[in-house]
Design a binder for this molecule. Structure first.
Ligand code: HEM
Length: 431
């Protein structure tokens, strides 16, 4: 995997323990104090212009060359669901994909799903439950992916079609994964401008899966932490920083082909035009993070909190200068700053398309009374093995931000290309 150390970085300096960094934060004890920075000036605190948020009337076409929900504009809300098959019949899986396709066409158009009986699922029990009536399409997208476990099911006979890139992710430094909310054989990412529309989609698809697949885990998300098309405003993650500034945009056609869409010859033909989805539920350790000063937080991220500008620059979209040094000869963007360690310049030029959401979950708090919340990180890429895996290896080892986070779930799915009218999701694999 090559040199994992950021330029000019003694390795030991970065093997800070989580406890050590949190302790340092408490010692600084300055509090975040963003209120003092805002002080009536702009620099990132003004509200999002009206009309820039997606509308309930907006419809994203389901039939397309690529699945919607990847390069289409990131919406406000997420419902993510992972399923395991309860049947090893390829016919049943095909029927399920036909049912889901028919439902997805209706739901993404803002219509209720109608009963679709089939030979293996003759019942009309899966008619629409009704909670999204009148809410409109709300830019709903439904993106489906297949997990590595699907290809191990002997009865399906798909073993020969497993893409070499679709491997369970390796363990990364500091991982605290809950197996019950990780993995899965089929995934559905439902994104919408309305939380109830996104929920409804998963509700309907789960009902249609009865007898063929069982829900394994779900994750709800709010507040997109990405920007996927030009003109979208950058919003803030739960750490208070603008997130998505340096993401790949759909309009960057060549970058999308190079880093997001699987190309002919990359692997099995059925994945051409598709993309690999990696999901990581990342809990934010707020006690330590909130006790850092704004300056400390900015050095951890490598960007200015209010404006989102890279340290040393003025505006959010100014270029990141990783070679700039201050009068004392130190890197302006510290060696362990998140954006330095995540930068394509530190990662053989590799980029990924981020499309994550914030999450917050009701729990009975532990003794410390910490909030169970963070970032449900989703990334799409052409090659997990040369994009996400080396990137996350570096972040887990060297990124100062990772000392304030805990990865609690992990999953990988192969999302095939889009569906043509008259066909069904995953047709190229299952036919
Ligand atoms: C709770 C966890 C995380 C938080 C709060 C977070 C936050 C941020 C922020 C604020 C930025 C700067 C703005 C931007 O360009 O979007 C950023 C950039 C970035 N992050 Fe993260 N991030 C997290 C986890 C991750 C993970 C797990 C990865 C990949 C494995 C990742 C990859 C990136 C990349 C590639 C960039 C852009 C770097 C560049 O091109 O300069 N982040 N992140």
């Amino acid at each position: 995997m090559g040199d994992e150390t950021p330029p000019g970085t003694p390795k030991d300096e970065h093997r800070l323990t989580r406890r050590g960094v949190l302790g340092a934060g408490v010692l600084l004890g300055a509090g975040a104090g963003i209120d003092r920075l805002i002080g009536g000036q702009d620099g990132g605190s003004s509200p999002i212009p009206a009309g820039e948020r997606g509308s309930l009337a907006e419809q994203v076409p389901f039939y397309a060359a690529h699945q919607a929900g990847i390069d289409t504009p990131a919406q406000e809300c997420l419902q993510f669901a992972a399923f395991d098959l309860t049947s090893e019949s390829i016919e049943a899986l095909r029927d399920l994909m036909r049912l889901w396709t028919a439902a997805a066409v209706e739901l993404t158009a803002g219509r209720p799903s109608t009963p679709h009986g089939t030979a293996s699922q003759p019942s009309t029990a899966a008619s629409d439950p009704g909670e999204a009536l009148g809410l409109g399409p709300a830019a709903l997208t439904i993106t489906v992916g297949f997990g590595p476990g699907l290809f191990e099911k002997r009865g399906l006979g798909l073993q020969a079609h497993l893409p070499p890139e679709l491997q369970e992710l390796p363990a990364f430094e500091g991982d605290a994964l809950d197996p019950a909310r990780s993995g899965g054989e089929i995934a559905v990412q439902a994104c919408s401008e309305d939380p109830q529309v996104a929920f409804h989609a998963i509700h309907v698809l789960r009902r249609l899966a009865a007898g063929t697949a069982r829900l394994r885990w779900t994750q709800a998300g709010f507040g997109r932490t990405s920007v996927t098309t030009r003109g979208q405003h950058t919003l803030r993650n739960l750490m208070g920083f603008k997130d998505g500034t340096d993401n790949i945009r759909a309009e960057e056609g060549a970058e999308m082909e190079r880093y997001v869409w699987v190309q002919d010859g990359d692997g099995p033909d059925w994945m051409s035009g598709g993309s690999y989805l990696i999901a990581r539920r990342i809990r934010i350790l707020f006690d330590g993070w909130d006790s850092l000063s704004v300056a400390e937080q900015e050095r951890t991220v490598g960007r200015t909190k209010l404006s989102g500008a890279p340290l040393g620059e003025k505006a959010e979209h100014d270029a990141v200068n990783l070679t700039a040094r201050n009068a004392r000869g130190e890197s302006v963007i510290p060696d362990t700053a998140h954006i330095r360690v995540a930068s394509p310049l530190s990662n053989s030029g590799q980029r990924i398309l981020r499309r994550g959401y914030s999450f917050s979950e009701p729990t009975v708090a532990d003794e410390a009374g910490e909030i169970e919340a963070g970032l449900f990180f989703i990334a799409f890429q052409r090659s997990p093995l040369s994009q996400f895996v080396p990137l996350q290896t570096r972040l887990a080892n060297f990124d100062a931000l990772s000392r304030h986070t805990l990865h609690t779930s992990s999953a990988i799915f192969a999302c095939p290309a889009g569906t043509a009218e008259g066909s069904y999701i995953g047709h190229a694999l299952l036919s």
